[in-house]
Design a protein around this ligand. Structure first.
Ligand code: PXL
Length: 276
């Protein structure tokens, strides 16, 4: 099942996140991966200072217009880190115009973690992101992003009731299925909560305190690739979780590598997990 996936997010030249993770991983899942880079940064913004930033917002509608002329369509649009409300508007236009009938909208509202917005984001951006999330077939937030999007309190410790309320709040926005990552009910384990109109499912796996950046992007890319390859959403959510565990385990053997996830050596395992 060879699909044409479009990902829209930045390119961080060094940092193993966003576009430089989505391209190889979606390709490894056996799909064509096209990209609209929303900006180019010398590194990601988490832990580096003085990074460069080239905004490419105004390229976005031009790329869409060219693709309209060429009659180019996509099976899926997967969005990650975006830089402004204006970019979010352009993303919506691209989804409306370039998705095939029945094409999927997968949104990772990459903007916050550990109770805090990433550098450079504010509540105005959160409001704009809410609009994009409303149209998502699959929404992949972490707990911090879910709390910001729903306006609920962020909690470090919580029970299943809190998680269900977050998911319901996201559904009320209009999102189809919620794949909530980093859901931790007891020490030593973490997991992913899959919630949709037919009910909920929790996949628990071991927690390895990673400290490394970009695990969310690895997760969302593999989820997208596995789903587009014909796995059910629950299977795709599990495969992505298992792969992230492998990646973090490998990365932890190198104490000097905290800026990103060493996902590359694990790609053969991903291919096996997918039965390719
Ligand atoms: O991993 C999310 C991400 C992507 N791109 C850039 C980032 C971040 C998180 O900080 O800074 C530029």
């Amino acid at each position: 099942m060879y699909k044409r996936v479009l990902t829209i997010q930045d390119i961080s030249c060094l940092g193993q996140c966003s576009g430089t993770v989505a391209l190889p991983l979606i390709s490894a899942c056996g799909h064509e991966c096209c990209i609209i880079p929303s900006s180019v940064l010398s590194t990601h913004t988490g832990g580096f200072t003085g990074f460069t930033f080239k905004d490419l917002t105004e390229e976005m509608p031009k790329i869409r217009q060219h693709w309209e002329k060429e009659g180019l369509f996509f099976d899926c649009v997967y969005t990650g880190y975006l830089g402004s409300a204006r970019q979010i508007d352009y993303v919506s236009d691209i989804m409306d115009s370039r998705l095939k009938e029945g094409g999927l909208r997968i949104v990772d509202p990459a903007m916050a973690d550990n109770g805090k917005l990433y550098t450079g984001f504010d509540m105005e951006f959160v409001s704009a992101m809410r609009q994009l999330c409303a149209g998502a077939d699959y929404l992949l937030p972490n707990i911090t992003e879910a709390a910001l999007l729903t306006g609920m309190e962020y909690k470090n410790e919580y029970d299943e009731g809190y998680v269900i309320n977050l998911c319901r709040g996201l559904e009320d926005l209009g999102a189809g299925k919620i794949i909530l990552t980093g859901v931790k009910f007891e020490p030593g384990t973490t997991g992913v909560y899959v919630h949709g109109p037919e009910g909920s499912d929790y996949y628990k796996h071991k927690e390895i305190s990673s400290g490394c950046h970009g695990t969310g992007d690895v997760y969302a890319s593999v989820f997208t690739g596995a789903l587009m390859g014909g796995k059910s959403d629950i299977e795709a959510a599990r495969t992505a979780a298992d792969f992230v565990v492998e990646c973090i385990t490998g990365t932890r053997t190198d104490p000097d590598h905290s800026y990103g996830v060493k996902f590359e050596p694990e790609i053969p395992k991903l291919i096996k997990m997918l039965g390719l």
